[in-house]
Design a protein around this ligand. Structure first.
Ligand code: NAP
Length: 297
């Protein structure tokens, strides 16, 4: 029997529509319009596309979008000064500094200059610490999106074996914390892990966040596993065109695992939807109002 294909696109569309309803309630009841500031340094084409998509989604959800485009040679001091200005702007509830930053800028200094309350990316060291302690903070968008897909599919995950391949600060580590908070037994694998196939083979939940096309082979994964593929890799076809593949060998895994996210159309669309959700959460916390509840179904 083939796997259930987890439709991240549909889930993200529903989440965006719920966020838009929340925004309408916040405007009507509390005169509160959540605002997201996005800072882009330089002209990296991929970053420009991401920023454009984020801005479009923010506006579609009825929120305010503040875009700041800085020259590639902007100094770190100038960038920090802008972040500080946004920290103090009451119209701005969320701040996102698009990564990667040019080499002359200290990434950690910029991430940690964002007010933790406005850190909708959840990358600030205070937010990492809060997540590690199981306390309320801002949670990084991609792993939170993965968690939502898993919760929707599996419900209670207590006691399940979760294997996360990848230990980055933006995906692997926060994903591990989130699944630990769900009472999973969590293993984090990385480039020094010995016998990756057998580590992956014991997982009830596999999250692959590596950045290596189809590294995780379908036959490594057990039949009852749910697979979340975070990887986005562009590879060259024989005819010179390109296509996107994940970090999991999708066609093989699809034949036998319980459920799997496709690439594209799985985790990818969730990231922007959760960014919108995080902006609403941040705005509500800053204004001291409850996040509006939206009835599902
Ligand atoms: P990253 O910072 O490069 O981290 C990659 C991780 O994979 C590292 O921990 C590395 O181990 C591990 N790794 C590399 N080669 C390995 C191997 N052969 N065996 C086992 N582990 C290995 O990447 P990232 O930022 O977490 O992103 C991972 C993937 O997710 C990328 O394809 C990226 O494009 C995608 N992504 C997607 C979204 C989305 O919105 N869907 C968001 C973010 C990222 P070491 O630590 O030992 O080096």
């Amino acid at each position: 029997m083939g796997a259930y294909v987890i439709d991240g696109r549909a889930f993200a569309a529903k989440l965006k529509s719920d966020v838009a309803k929340q925004v309408a309630i916040l405007k009507g009841k509390h005169d509160l319009t959540p605002g997201l500031a996005v800072v882009l340094v330089g002209e990296d084409p991929a970053s420009q596309v991401y920023v454009r998509n984020k801005k479009k989604s923010v506006v579609e959800a009825g929120m305010n979008s503040y875009a700041h485009q800085l020259e590639p040679d902007v100094s770190e001091a100038e960038l920090l000064s802008l972040v500080n200005k946004l920290n103090n702007d009451p119209m701005v509830h969320g701040i996102l500094v698009q990564l990667p930053l040019p080499g002359h800028i200290n990434k950690a200094a910029v991430i940690n200059a964002v007010s933790p309350q406005k850190d909708v990316d959840g990358f600030h060291v205070i937010n990492s610490g809060l997540l590690a302690n199981g306390e309320q903070g801002m949670v990084p968008c991609t792993p939170l999106g993965c968690l939502m897909l898993l919760q929707d599919r599996l419900g209670d995950m207590s006691g399940l074996q979760a294997v996360i391949v990848g230990r980055s600060n933006i995906v692997g580590k926060p994903m591990a914390q989130l699944l630990l908070n769900e009472n999973c037994t969590v293993t984090i694998a990385h480039s020094r892990t010995r016998d990756l196939p057998s580590v992956v083979g014991r997982a009830d939940i596999v999250v692959a966040a590596v950045g290596v096309p189809e590294l995780v082979k379908g036959h490594w994964i057990k039949d009852s596993a749910t697979v979340i593929d975070v990887g986005i890799n562009r590879i060259l076809n024989d005819d010179g065109t390109t296509r996107l593949v994940g970090d999991v060998e999708y066609t093989q895994a699809l034949k036998h695992v319980a459920a799997i996210t496709p690439v594209p159309g799985g985790v990818g669309p969730m990231t922007i939807a959760v960014l919108l959700k995080n902006t609403v959460t941040a705005a509500c916390r800053q204004a001291g109002v409850n996040e509006p509840e939206i009835q599902t179904q």
